[in-house]
Structure formats: structure tokens, C-alpha cells
Write a protein that binds this ligand. Structure first.
Ligand code: SF4
Length: 309
């Protein structure tokens, strides 16, 4: 119960709006992204390997319906009385022909017990026509767009080859907010050359923006990425956190974060076989959440303690 008073947690938020357990089902709907298809670049972001978050049912060779049906069957054995959100997670899920994109969303929504969409994308892949459709849809369904912001520093975004700027993120969030669509953002903690002060300053910068959910995760070096090649050649360029260091930094980050933001995730747990570093053992995300909550409690601190409106 420590989290209720010390930070806004997404699980509490979802409980309040849904009054029941709701599970996201990740799907790969066959999207690509402009940083892979040559529109902006071909190599992708240096850390990116979309295989890190693909459960067994998630594959573009299967239809969206099949992926969702298999995912629902898997989770319904674990928990009763559940409804589901189709999580368009792999690649940039607002990128491409608008009509085709809408068909994919509608296929997902036609699956029984799917009550809404979570759509992950890049901030430079927003199209007004698609946003208008999603604004309309959000009047009757749960709709959340998650933008990969990753850093508020353009120098960092260049180093990781994101091929968009922080200003693109600000613009996308403003436009989506104007359309009254719920949004979340994603940041990576520990990107190359960022100091602790710069990381904490991300909290200050994003607190100026309008969005609902924040996901954080520690930088991970994943096999088969440009970052892995660079890391193996130049490991000293990378500062990878030990768990306790990471927890201390996240606590400082939370203290500087606006109390209006809801925290959805603090860490990422990539499959052992794909992870090069940092190796945190078999610790689970929820155990790290407990450690963060305990640290907040031990320090008698909370989200927004040092936030300056
Ligand atoms: S992280 Fe997203 S935007 Fe970057 S290469 Fe991967 S899919 Fe594309």
C-alpha cells in the first residue's frame, strides 16, 4: 500500500476507471517504422530489438485476431473476470496508410472482450486524420497512444539515432492533447553521455507537458543491435546501473516529477538470452517496484516533493 501515498501508480488508475482486472495483449500487426524502412533511416535506433517484448502468441505471421485470441486464452487461464486491451506494441503503430491502419485497429476491437487500444508509436508519426479517428473512437472505447520520447536531450537522441527531436515529441503531445486523446510517454534511463543531473532534468522537462502515463526503463544492451556492437568494442562508453544505483536515481526522478503524472513502469525485463548487460539476475519487475516503494518510504519522500510548478 506504500505506493498509494507516495506516487501515482497506473495499476490504481486502471482499477479506478475499469473496476476490474484489465490485461494488455501485445500484438505485432506487421507495422514497420520510418527509421527502418529508409524514410528516415535504415539502421533503426541503436538499442532497438523488437524481439525483447514478444510473447509466444505475438507474431506478424498470425492475424491480429489470432494473436489476440491466443493471448486472451493464455491470460484467461491465469485470472478470472478479465477484459483486454489490444497493445499495438511492435514498431510504429500509427505509421503507414491511414485506412489500412484503421482496419487493423477495428479488427482488434472486433475480438470478444477487447475493450480498447494501446498504440505505441514515434512522435514524428502522427497524422491528423488518424488522430481525428482515434479522438472519435476514444468517446466510446479506451484509447491510449504511447510515444517513445526516450530523452529530452537532442544530443542524446542523435547519439542513439532516433532521427527525431524532443521538439517533435512536444509537438505530438500537444496535438494529441488538443484532440483529447489519452497519451503516455516512454523514457530510457541511462542513455550514453547523460549525467544523473541531466536524467533528473528529464523529469522537470516532461512535467511541463500534458500526458497521463510515464514508463521508465533502464538502458539495456540487447543482442543484435548497433548498440551491442558498440558496447562490446567500447564498454567504457556505457554506464550501466547496479540495481541500488538505479533505484536511488529513480527515486530522485520521482521527487522531481509533477504529481499529475501517473507512473506505469520503472524497469524493463528483457529475455535472458537477448540481454548482454546489465545483468540483474532473476529479479522481476514487481520486485523492483517493491524496492522503489520501500526506498520512497524509508526516505519519507514522494512524487513531486521537489516539483516546482
Ligand atoms: S525503437 Fe521504434 S522507432 Fe526505433 S527503430 Fe525500433 S521500432 Fe523503429
Amino acid at each position: 500500500m506504500q505506493n498509494i501515498n507516495r506516487y501515482n501508480s497506473a495499476s490504481e488508475y486502471y482499477k479506478k476507471i475499469f473496476h476490474k482486472r484489465v490485461q494488455k495483449i501485445s500484438i505485432d500487426a506487421g507495422f514497420t517504422c520510418p527509421n527502418r524502412d529508409g524514410t528516415k533511416g535504415r539502421g533503426g535506433c541503436t538499442y532497438c530489438n523488437n524481439n525483447t517484448f514478444k510473447p509466444f502468441y505475438c507474431s506478424p505471421e498470425k492475424s491480429i485476431t489470432q494473436q489476440l485470441t491466443e493471448g486472451i486464452s493464455f491470460f484467461s487461464k491465469k485470472y478470472n473476470a478479465m477484459e483486454y486491451l489490444a497493445y499495438f506494441q511492435a514498431y510504429s503503430n500509427t505509421y503507414g496508410n491511414t485506412e489500412k491502419i484503421i482496419k487493423k485497429y477495428e479488427e482488434a476491437l472486433s475480438v470478444e472482450k477487447v475493450i480498447g487500444l494501446v498504440i505505441a508509436t514515434r512522435p514524428d508519426c502522427v497524422d491528423e486524420q488518424l488522430l481525428d479517428y482515434l479522438a472519435d473512437l476514444s468517446k466510446t472505447k479506451f484509447v491510449l497512444i504511447e510515444f517513445g520520447v526516450e530523452s529530452t536531450k537532442n544530443k542524446t537522441l542523435e547519439i542513439i539515432n532516433r532521427k527525431h527531436t524532443f521538439e517533435d515529441s512536444v509537438k505530438a503531445l500537444k496535438l494529441t492533447h488538443q484532440k483529447k486523446i489519452m497519451t503516455g510517454i516512454h523514457l530510457i534511463i541511462g542513455l550514453p553521455e547523460e549525467t544523473d543531473a541531466e536524467i533528473i532534468n528529464h523529469a522537470v522537462e516532461i512535467s511541463k507537458l500534458d500526458f497521463t502515463f510515464l514508463k521508465l526503463h533502464q538502458l539495456q544492451i540487447i543482442k543484435n543491435t548497433p548498440m551491442a556492437t558498440d558496447y562490446l568494442a567500447n564498454p567504457s562508453k556505457y554506464r550501466l546501473f547496479k540495481i541500488d544505483e538505479y533505484i536511488d536515481l529513480v527515486v530522485k526522478f520521482i521527487e522531481n516529477l509533477s504529481p499529475k503524472i501517473t507512473l506505469e513502469r520503472f524497469t524493463s525485463e528483457s529475455p535472458e538470452e537477448l540481454l548482454i548487460a546489465p545483468k540483474w539476475g532473476r529479479i522481476k519487475n514487481f520486485e523492483i517496484v517493491h524496492k522503489i516503494e520501500k526506498r520512497l518510504s524509508d526516505l519519507d519522500t514522494c512524487q513531486g516533493k521537489f516539483f516546482n510548478a
